[in-house]
Write a protein that binds this ligand. Sequence first.
Ligand code: DC
Length: 230
Amino acid sequence: MDDNDPYVVAIDGPGGSGKGSLALRIAKNLGFHLLDSGAIYRLAALKALHQGIDLEQEAGVVSALQNLDIRFEIGEELSIPYLDGQDVSTEIRQESTADAASIIARYAGVRKHLLGWQQACFQAPGLVADGRDMGTVVFPQARFKFFLSASVEIRAVRRYKQLIGMGISANIDKLQAEISERDERDRNRTESPLIPATDALIVDSSLLNLEQVAELVMSHIEETIENRSW
Ligand code: DC
């Protein structure tokens, strides 16, 4: 592998572990593209919801995705998600959308349909990809793999602040219960369960802020590159 070859930095972890903000920070530092794979699952779930599909029926959900029209427009800080030409930035962040995404993400047909879309995001000079299975299934060849964890209590507080910051009302206890339920579903599904890749560096972000986690991750990347130890 050549020093200048484009490479992938995979960041996986449960909801609220801070992987989205970390991925954005690392992508900016490295000048890399960014893939928020959770947003793709959320858009797919919204598509099924907009069509009134029963989310418990895999075949119906998969057929709703056959003409999935999604794109992201790069904004100042965040990218704006479009579904069928409509800006869905607020709807995509609702807890009900996260739940729907976690439900349809169990289906092999859904994951297969979204795989190529995610892999096509890998372009020079490189990609930072965050999600649940970036290091295990979508980019098993990723040069760097991180798995971010944090206690469920802390993740619920983070998600609460994030939602309030976006003007979406929330309740911490309810959030914690919903996050635990999604964790269970994401960890115990048969298809691409939420588990660290065997070669991932596990980072517990419970007691660290974004700057500290970003520093840790960046120094691991820089040291590895300096020592040519891949
Ligand atoms: O990261 P997020 O909270 O936006 O993800 C929402 C749901 O999407 C998550 O509960 C499970 C699913 N998901 C997935 O199965 N695989 C991914 N790579 C990303 C998200």
